[in-house]
Design a binder for this molecule. Structure first.
Ligand code: Q9C
Ligand code: ZN
Length: 346
């Protein structure tokens, strides 16, 4: 398995509105340091730098207006004389129109859906590097069988034109689009982060060339609250190409693994020829913001189960917030996967 690394991620450190208090985001630079250490310790030494990502690929996933907004928002915020990180405080009310305001403050509300993250000085660059790592991993996956994009910030909550949930550019969607562009006819995105992959669902909702599957905490009681329900199955040509598997709060590995097998069966049935795994390990029993009950010993089994699909696979880093065991859990998935995956002779 190829490991794709990034530069400059530590320049991104957002502010989070957490239940009435502004705190440094739990999606911290330290997360990636422990992941890097554990992945190397586990013996993965085929490490490649992320290659530059073309604007044309990003623009197949995100709106040009949003990409431009992300790369200039922090400077505009500071130039307007505001302190701290750029953060919204107003979102469109239910029957509001679709007008995009001119002010950066209004645009922050237009281009985000939650107050759990902000735009800091290094956010745009780090998000761009993460998307580049995802695209690079997708390319390697087609060439050698599998690759892991080892980056932050995560991406699966970012929609075509909104950030939120610690996500700015949808790295998994970028990987899926790259796989399509390189010739995969039908791509599956399997999202195993604790939270629903709302952004990925949204981006591909009307398309039949990307099957999106997400196993997550029931949105009736967890972020992202308004999306992620089982009845959401896609629209138009995309009808039947979205599979949501919400689970009760507190779910343990047995129930979680049953859902994984449902998703894997759906991917098999759809005849997908490449796979993107949105790899969050915030399903861990001691994760500070989640409540599933997966244990460290389960993560290699997760990797093994996914490898059984024997598809070219790009694994894309998403959430996981208990820095103490984060590295071990991520490396566990990769090890289980690598032992069971045939790779490719190409
Ligand atoms: N402070 C990912 O796992 N956070 N994002 C709400 C309120 C939402 C998690 C907590 C969780 C987003 C990639
Ligand atoms: Zn998550």
């Amino acid at each position: 398995m190829i490991i794709v690394r990034v530069d400059d991620h530590a320049q991104h450190h957002a502010t989070e509105m957490h239940l009435g208090q502004l705190i440094p985001s739990v999606e911290s630079p330290a997360r990636l340091q422990v992941i890097e250490r554990a992945v190397h310790a586990a013996g993965f030494d085929d490490v490649h730098d992320a290659q530059c990502i073309e604007l044309s690929l990003l623009e197949r996933v995100h709106s040009p207006q949003y990409i431009e907004f992300l790369s200039t928002a922090y400077e505009r915020w500071r130039a307007a004389g505001y302190a701290g990180d750029a953060m919204a405080y107003t979102w469109p009310a239910r029957h509001a129109g679709q007008t995009r305001p001119e002010s950066v403050v209004g645009q922050l509300g237009y281009h985000s859906f939650s107050a759990d993250c902000s735009i800091s000085a290094g956010t745009a660059g780090a998000a761009r590097n993460a998307a580049a790592a995802a695209a690079t991993a997708a390319t390697h996956a087609l060439q050698v069988g599998s690759a892991f994009a080892m980056h932050r910030p995560p991406g699966h909550h970012a929609t075509r034109d909104q950030f939120g949930g610690y996500c700015y550019l949808n790295n998994a969607a970028v990987a899926a689009q790259r796989l399509r562009d390189l010739g995969a006819a039908k791509v599956a995105v399997l999202d195993i982060d604790y939270h629903h992959g709302n952004g990925t669902q949204d981006i591909f909702y009307a398309r039949d060339d990307v099957l999106t599957c997400s196993i997550h905490a029931d949105p009736a009681n967890r972020f992202p609250w308004f999306i992620g329900y089982a009845a959401e199955r896609g629209v138009g040509a995309g009808e039947g190409s979205n599979l949501n598997l919400p689970l009760p709060l507190g779910s343990a590995f047995d129930a979680w693994r049953d859902a994984l097998h449902v998703a894997i069966a759906a991917i098999r049935k759809a005849g997908c020829d490449a796979l993107v795994v949105a790899l969050g390990v915030d399903t861990f029993e001691h994760d500070p913001i989640s409540d599933f009950k997966l244990k460290t010993e389960h993560y290699p089994l997760v990797g093994t189960d996914i490898a059984a699909l024997q598809l070219p696979t790009a694994l894309i880093m998403e959430g996981g917030y208990l820095t103490e065991q984060l590295g071990e859990n991520v490396a566990g998935v990769l090890q289980g996967f690598a032992q069971a995956h045939r790779g490719s002779s190409a």
